[in-house]
Design a protein. Structure first.
Lengths: 829, 221
């Protein structure tokens, strides 16, 4: 017995067994999904892994960007530029935040703009910075603590207060004149004019930062925290309804919360969109509910299997893979419609159920098998992209398509009712039949018209008419959400918040770390002076050198700090200063901290251990130092925007110091890697797909002419697709260029079905008339499946769906109006 | 302390406004036009002053007196007399402060440090009205030939330096008194006497330190 008859017999007489096996597989897959699969919402996983710049970006994201930090923006909605109101609102908001059990520390001003920050500098940070000075500089700095120097300085500043001068500023900040010495290395670390302020220049926005105590950083923990944050925001705005402000929030937690929820929405909306559109197309074609119901169940099973297998292979799936279900529904339904169309025509011809199944399998089984292979190959080619997310998407759809082809030829038939479908007037079939008859009568007019149209479209694609836009910035792939809107608003108001280049520096130990930063500071200061870079920010002065500290502690042992304290007390009294003022109390605290350091207690000068958790300095230091180990970061603003690989390499040369372990990254730097990558992958994947199609079709056709017709049709379709992208102003981005190989893989299928119909024994006109309707419906469902991705929030997925839908639409058009007439014309000749 | 000072100023302003007629928006615009017209016609000013400074750093307020010369838009000379004399001179590009007691001259380049420029513009606010509506939200009262202007900063950077400013002008728009409420509850009250608009030579706003003076740049180049 032949395979088609064996399968037909089995699915007709062993339906319960088929359903039992399908049920078992479903149960196993659901268990796998529940226990072995996690979702990854990290936007960085969309980028190809092979680049060091991408890896460094991930390291930076993991080690530096404080995963538990939220940035709030208090925005003035009145438009009155009322700095007093905005400051009041920001202070109220900050104070209210401090009361929240989930807030560890909060700040609404740069450390040096707040009295607490200045106090923390003098009490906790000045001593480590002082001890980290070059021993000669340190010896000079502590001279300021000699009794005579203290009295003279305070007397002079008191006198100068009577005129307009910086004397008050000096007294407020550093009454003893010691802290300024400690900060000198930092002044060298911040080149250019880099004034930091938490209020935008136009006075419409005030930033407030908070470090939270959320348990984990997974989506569930982020969602739980953000519900508390939203509730707090609503309470604050209700209690302060007199303040014309709104609150924006951003940060990793906000992103993960919103993206993970958007992922859920995207899965449901794209799947629902796909199911509705595909169902409409199916009903339009067949006017049957039960087979549609059966088809959807089989497709659902395919999706579950694909996700479960993907979970076993990859363990976690990225946000791009959520497009899997809608694409799979759109493509997998093709097989079902083709088979059911064929089955229905057999039944209409009076053939019994089992024999009709066998006949449809015989007619289309091969085509479906090869079609599934080309489509699966098209998607699997994404594995060559080097991008984890697209690799996952491609492999999962490839697996799903192969399963769909098998399950449609088995489980689907088991679901189809044995009752003979009632005969109705099938206008689609009749319309197709009339079209085929017209083509057989004279194929040339349609062939010539279509050829002219497609050639013109290709010419438009190549000609300098309009412009095919390329969105090169990978950040355009960032899902649209409130957190991203907030971030962009902040970046707009604070140009300094635009991410500069990031340099990560690592070392084995503290001494090497200190030495690396010293050399880099010198090197980059030279680069600034020579115009190689515009500016840099680094806090190398906080990289403590055990050797220097050891030497400076020896010098400090010779200084009597109790005398310094006593002199300060007396002088303040003599000059009429308010000794209880915070500024002078900070000076006493500094002397006490130095006294404590003299005990040679390592804990007393390691800022990581002595800085209080509530200190606003953590918000600064966390940007520059990783939590663990000797890993630091610096921020570089290049002299010019990086526009090419050569510029990138030139900059690398300027920044690099031999012997220091450093990595350079940042979005613009990554971009210099990604643009050539995208172009290379577009060519590579398209060539691979074309070669695969040629090999497969050569094996299938065993004739050059039909192969040529199909390949010309594909080329013209791609050209027309590009022309449409230009006309509609739709931008290609780094990822939807990957749609090209997919269109090649999917679009070729319709031509295969047409060719197989041509090879059917008997009346060719009837064979084409039978196949034209299912091909048309299959194309429309493919378009619907990809088109439903336009509903997604995720721009990468959205772009991929739109480009593929457009490409498949042109492939379908070319199949019906170019390939079919071309085959007929050739056959007639 | 800070909050108390703010409350004090607001209570003071409220009580004042109860007895004075507050100017409407068109009247305020007309007032600014008049001030600008006078500045165009007579761009210079000279006045003696007495300044009382209350600061959180000192137990008692400091009082100083001297003379100020001003030319629109940003030139001034300010000489403080007494035990701690000083001379401050700005030609709009460079500012000198000379302390004879210390034989020390400080030089500041203007236009390079926003906070320093903002401080200067705050301190000369009573003399220069050119950009007053750009930098401040202001209300004004006119009663018995005296104008009182109540200013709150629009720009956040300026608010770090000045929280509130009250200016009193006589009927000829010459300064009578300025009261600055500064952060941390500090206050600066300047009373002007004998203000007039003489012709001033350019050399008034130039300064050459004595040969034996030590010159420093506290804010760098």
């Amino acid at each position: 017995m032949s395979l088609d008859r064996t399968v037909a017999h089995f699915v007709t007489h062993r339906r319960r067994f088929v359903f039992l096996v399908a049920g078992l597989i479903t149960g196993l897959c659901i268990a796998t999904i529940l226990f072995a699969l996690r979702f990854d919402s990290d936007i960085l996983d969309l980028l190809p892994r092979q680049f060091d710049s991408v890896q460094a970006l991930k390291v930076s994201d993991r080690e530096f960007t404080n995963a538990r930090q939220l940035t709030f923006a208090v925005c003035d909605t009145s438009g009155a530029q009322d700095a007093f109101m905005l400051d009041t609102a920001a202070e109220k908001f900050r104070d209210a935040l401090k009361q929240q059990p989930w807030a560890v520390r909060v700040t609404s001003a740069p450390p040096l703009d707040s009295s607490e920050g200045v106090g923390d500098l003098q009490k906790y940070l000045a001593v480590p910075l002082l001890l980290n000075l070059d021993p000669a500089v340190f010896a000079n700095a502590i001279q300021a603590l000699q009794p005579g120097r203290i009295a003279a300085r305070l007397h002079e500043l008191r006198q100068k207060m009577e005129t307009m001068s910086v004397a008050e500023m000096k007294l407020n900040f550093d009454a003893l004149g010691v802290v300024q010495e400690a900060l000198k290395p930092l002044a060298g670390s911040f080149s250019g004019e880099q004034t930091q302020s938490f209020t935008s220049a136009d006075g419409s926005l005030h930033l407030v930062f908070v470090e939270t105590n959320q348990d984990g950083i997974d989506p569930h923990a982020c969602q739980a925290l953000m519900r508390k944050v939203e509730s707090f925001e609503a309470r604050f705005l209700a209690e302060n309804s007199d303040l014309p402000v709104k609150i924006l929030v951003t940060g990793r937690t906000a992103y993960v919360d919103q993206i993970s929820r958007a992922m859920r929405f995207d899965i449901l909306s794209t799947l629902a969109g796909s199911i509705v559109l595909v169902s409409l197309v199916f009903y339009f074609g067949f006017r049957r509910f039960w087979p549609l119901f059966a088809l959807m169940h089989v497709l659902l099973l395919c999706c579950i299997i694909a996700i479960a297998v993907g979970g076993l292979i990859f363990h976690q799936l990225n946000l791009i893979t959520i497009g899997l279900c809608s694409i799979l529904v759109g493509l997998g339904v093709d097989f079902g419609m083709l088979l059911y169309g064929s089955y229905q025509s057999q039944r209409n011809a009076g053939v019994a159920h089992e024999q009709a199944i066998a006949a449809s399998l015989r007619q289309l089984g091969g085509g479906i098998f090869f079609g599934a292979i080309t489509t699966a190959a098209g998607f699997s080619s994404l594995a060559l992209s080097g991008c984890a997310a697209f690799m996952q998407l491609g492999v999962l759809i490839g697996i799903g398509i192969l399963f769909a082809s098998v399950l449609m030829m088995t489980v689907f038939y088991a679901c189809v009712s044995r009752n003979r479908p009632p005969e109705e007037h099938d206008f689609l079939f009749e319309g197709g039949k009339k079209y085929v008859r017209a083509i057989f009568k004279n194929p040339k007019p349609v062939l010539i018209a279509t050829t002219v149209l497609l050639v013109l479209m290709c010419a438009a694609a190549l000609a300098p008419i309009g412009k095919l836009r390329l969105e090169a910035d990978p950040k355009t792939m960032e899902p649209k959400c409130d957190a991203s809107t907030a971030l962009h608003t902040i970046q707009e108001k604070f140009p300094a918040a635009h991410e500069p280049l990031l340099v990560l520096v690592s070392a084995k130990d503290a001494e090497e770390f200190h030495g690396a930063w010293t050399k880099l500071n010198e090197r980059w200061a030279q680069a600034v002076n020579s115009g190689g870079i515009k500016s840099f920010r680094a806090l190398g002065a906080f990289a403590l050198s055990p050797e220097r500290i050891h030497q400076n502690l020896k010098q400090l042992a010779n200084l009597d700090l109790s005398v310094a304290r006593e002199t300060l007390t007396k002088t303040l009294d003599v000059e009429g200063f308010n000794a209880n003022d915070e500024s002078f109390q900070n000076s006493f605290a500094l002397i006490d901290a130095l006294q404590n350091a003299k005990q040679h207690n390592a804990q007393s000068f390691d800022w990581r251990k002595i800085l209080p958790p509530q200190s606003s300095w953590w918000f600064v230091l966390d940007q520059f130092f990783a939590k663990n180990g000797y890993l630091g970061a610096a921020y570089i603003t290049p002299a010019e925007k990086i526009r090419s690989n050569a510029a990138k390499e030139s900059l690398r040369e300027q920044l690099t110091v031999p012997g220091i372990s450093m990595r350079i990254t940042g979005w613009s730097y990554v971009l210099a890697d990604l643009i050539p990558w995208a172009k290379h992958k577009l060519i590579l994947l398209s060539v691979v797909m074309v070669l695969f199609n040629i090999v497969l079709l050569t094996f299938l056709y065993r004739s050059l002419a039909p192969l040529m017709i199909l390949m010309i049709s594909l080329a013209l379709s791609i050209g027309a697709m590009v022309a449409c992208l230009k006309f509609f102003g739709f931008a290609l981005n780094l990822f939807n260029v990957l749609a090209f190989p997919l269109v090649l893989g999917v679009g070729v299928d319709y031509g295969i079905y047409i060719l197989l119909a041509l090879r059917q024994p008997g009346d060719k006109e009837h064979a084409f008339a039978t196949i034209i309707k299912p091909v048309l419906l299959a194309g429309l469902t493919g378009i619907a499946g990809f088109g439903s991705l336009a509903l997604a929030h995720n721009p990468a997925l959205q772009g991929l769906g739109i480009v593929c839908a457009l490409g498949i639409a042109w492939c379908l058009f070319a199949t019906v109006f170019f390939i079919l007439p071309a085959y007929v014309a050739r056959a007639q000749r | 302390m800070n909050r108390l000072a703010v409350i004090f100023v607001y209570v003071f302003c409220t009580l004042q406004s109860a007895f004075c007629a507050e100017m409407s928006a068109p009247e305020r615009a007309a007032l600014l036009q008049q001030l600008r017209a006078i500045h165009e016609k007579e761009p210079t000013l000279q006045s003696d002053f007495v300044e009382e400074r209350t600061t959180h750093l000192l137990n008692k307020p400091i009082t100083s007196e001297g003379t100020i010369w001003f030319a629109v838009p940003d030139k001034f000379r300010r000489e403080v007399r007494g035990n701690n004399p000083s001379t401050t001179v700005s030609n709009g590009k460079v500012l000198w402060i000379y302390y004879p007691n210390f034989k020390e001259a400080e030089i500041y380049t203007l236009g390079q440090r926003a906070f320093f420029d903002d401080s200067l513009s705050a301190l000369t606010a009573g003399l220069n009205f050119q950009h007053i509506d750009e930098f401040y939200n202001f209300r004004a009262w006119h009663e018995d030939g005296v104008y009182r202007l109540d200013l709150t900063p629009k720009k956040p950077n300026l608010r770090k330096i000045v929280e509130h400013l009250v200016l009193t002008l006589d009927g000829n728009f010459l300064p009578h008194k300025s009261e600055l409420l500064l952060p941390k509850g500090d206050r600066l009250v300047t009373t002007y006497t004998n203000p007039h608009r003489p012709a001033l030579s350019a050399s008034t706003f130039e300064f050459t330190p004595p040969g034996d003076a030590h010159i420093s740049r506290p804010l760098g180049k």
